[in-house]
Write a protein that binds this ligand. Structure first.
Ligand SMILES: [Zn+2]
Length: 216
């Protein structure tokens, strides 16, 4: 497939992937593979053991499911997976194979071509308003939450970020938060709040560059 985001095949792929992320709860997918994740508590972050790294035994729960991004992150794998990536990893399927399996398993009908893609009047202005939430004088936690809200807005329809880009940013934010909180094993004391702030600022700068393009 070409890299042109406007290539109809790429648009179609995004539409089908986006619908799965919106309609199929990641907690349900995890539970269907036997991970001890409660589907009736799908609004909460939940930790679980991951069998996708090392010899498949995870004595401490290394993975966590994030309802707000509908993805799971495993510290040991160092990988964020949405429903599609989880099915790929568990079933050994390629991208299209995973999409078709999820559409069949969750009874998703054939997709109208225009699904989820309303024109955006001024995406740059929307970004500026959200980015203004990020105030360097607030606490690190508040800045993280503001960046999470911004990512959420940019990942939701009408989208400014592709699925891959959105996942990469969510992973970056998760990584910053957990490193600063000292949850990453083997790197104690290596990170502190000032480094976390610098990492947050660089995430935001990258995001701004990608979603706003060259200066107007
Ligand atoms: Zn893992």
């Amino acid at each position: 497939m070409s890299n042109d985001p406007n290539d109809p095949r790429n648009v179609r792929a995004r539409q089908r992937a986006d619908r799965i992320r919106e309609m199929v709860p990641i907690a349900a997918v995890l539970a269907s593979y036997g991970y001890p994740v409660r589907v009736d508590a799908a609004h909460r972050e939940q930790q679980f053991c991951c069998d996708l790294h090392g010899d498949g035994r995870d004595t401490k729960p290394s993975a966590r499911v994030y309802p707000y991004s509908q993805s799971a992150y495993c510290f040991a794998c160092d990988k964020t997976r949405d429903a599609i990536e989880m099915v790929r990893a568990k079933e050994g399927l390629d991208f299209w194979g995973a999409i078709k399996k999820l559409e069949a398993d969750y009874d998703l009908p054939a997709l109208p071509v225009e699904y989820g893609y309303e024109p955006v009047a001024d995406p740059y202005q929307a970004f500026d308003q959200k980015a203004a939430d990020l105030d360097p004088h607030k606490t690190f936690e508040e800045d993280c939450r503001a960046l999470a809200r911004l990512l959420e807005a940019l990942s939701a329809p009408p989208r400014q970020l592709t699925l891959d880009d959105a996942l990469a940013y969510w992973e970056g934010l998760d990584r910053v938060v957990h490193l600063v909180q000292g949850e990453k094993e083997g790197e104690p004391g290596e990170w502190d709040e000032s480094r976390g702030r610098a990492a947050l600022a660089s995430l935001l700068a990258r995001l701004r560059q990608q979603t706003q393009g060259p200066p107007r």
